[in-house]
Write a protein that binds this ligand. Structure first.
Ligand code: DGL
Length: 247
C-alpha cells in the first residue's frame, strides 16, 4: 500500500512516526505545506482551498490512500478532499474521537481537547465526543505550542510558562486530546504538568488504531520507502524528518 500523508508543516511527521513503528505501508509520500503553515489561524475556506491543492499534488503519485495528518484540515476540509481525491482520505479527528472512547472507562470522564484555533472553533472533537455520550468536555485553543514545536523547543522554561498560561485555571483532565499533530512532541511536558493519571490521546497512535481496525494489512512492511516534499524549503523538512524519525 502506498499512502500520502499531508500536514500544514512538520507536525504530521509525528503521524509518520506511528505509521513507521507499526510498519503498515510499503511507501509513504509526505507533503508539508511549509510555505503556508500555520493553517490553524486561517479560516475554513482558505483551509479547504489549500487542502484541495494538496489532493492535486498527490494525484502525481498513484496512491492507495491519503492520511490527513493535520487536525485543522481534518476538522474543516475532509469532505472536500474526499470528493476530489481518487482514493480514500482518512482524517485524524474521527480516529482521535474513537481512540478517546477506547481509552476511557466512564462516560463522565473529564476530557480536555487541545488544538489550533481552527480545530477548536470547528467543534469537530466536541461534536464527535458528544455523539458518543461524553459530556464533560473542555476545549482550548493553544496555538503557541505550534510555534514552540516549529522552533524545536519541547521543554524548559518557555514551555513551562506556556503550560501555566493556558492551563492554570483548568481542572486536570482524565484524558487530554492532543488535537494537533505538533503536540505529541511536547507529550513529556504535558504529562509532567498534568500528572501520569491523565491519558494522552495522540493523533498518530489513534490513526494506526483506526487503520488496523478498518483495513487489512496482511504483511508488515519492514523497509518502507519514504519521500518528503514541502511547498517551501524541502531540504529543511527532510533534515527534521531524518532527525525525528531516525531515517
Ligand atoms: N499540525 C496542524 C494540526 O494538526 C497544526 C499546525 C497549524 O496550525 O498549521 O492542526
Amino acid at each position: 500500500m502506498k499512502v500520502g500523508v499531508f500536514d500544514s508543516g512538520i507536525g504530521g511527521l509525528t503521524v509518520v512516526k506511528s505509521l513507521l513503528e507499526h510498519q503498515l505501508f510499503e511507501e509513504i509520500i509526505y507533503f508539508g505545506d511549509t510555505a503556508r503553515v500555520p493553517y490553524g489561524s486561517k479560516d475554513k475556506n482558505t483551509i479547504i482551498r489549500y487542502a484541495i491543492e494538496a489532493v492535486e499534488f498527490f494525484k502525481n503519485f498513484q496512491l492507495d490512500m491519503i492520511i490527513v495528518a493535520c487536525n485543522s484540515v481534518s476538522a474543516y476540509a475532509l469532505a472536500e478532499m474526499q470528493e476530489s481525491a481518487h482514493c480514500p482520505v482518512i482524517g485524524v479527528v474521527e480516529a482521535g474521537v474513537l481512540a478517546t472512547q477506547n481509552a476511557l472507562e466512564k462516560k463522565d470522564a473529564n476530557i480536555l481537547i487541545l488544538g489550533t484555533n481552527a480545530t477548536i472553533n470547528s467543534k469537530a472533537y466536541e461534536n464527535g465526543l458528544k455523539n458518543l455520550d461524553f459530556q464533560n468536555l473542555q476545549a482550548k485553543a493553544t496555538p503557541l505550542f505550534v510555534s514552540l514545536v516549529e522552533e524545536e523547543i519541547f521543554d524548559g522554561a518557555i514551555v513551562e510558562a506556556t503550560l501555566q498560561h493556558y492551563f492554570h485555571k483548568l481542572s486536570h483532565p482524565d484524558a487530554l486530546i492532543l488535537g494537533c499533530t505538533h503536540f505529541p512532541l511536547l507529550a513529556t511536558s504535558f504529562q509532567n504538568y498534568f500528572g501520569k493519571e491523565t491519558k494522552l490521546i495522540h493523533s498518530g497512535d489513534a490513526i494506526v488504531e483506526y487503520l488496523e481496525r478498518t483495513f487489512d494489512f496482511p504483511t508488515k512492511q519492514t523497509h518502507p520507502s519514504l519521500q518528503f516534499f514541502a511547498s517551501e524549503n524541502p531540504e529543511a523538512l527532510r533534515l527534521i524528518a531524518k532527525k525525528w524519525l531516525n531515517v
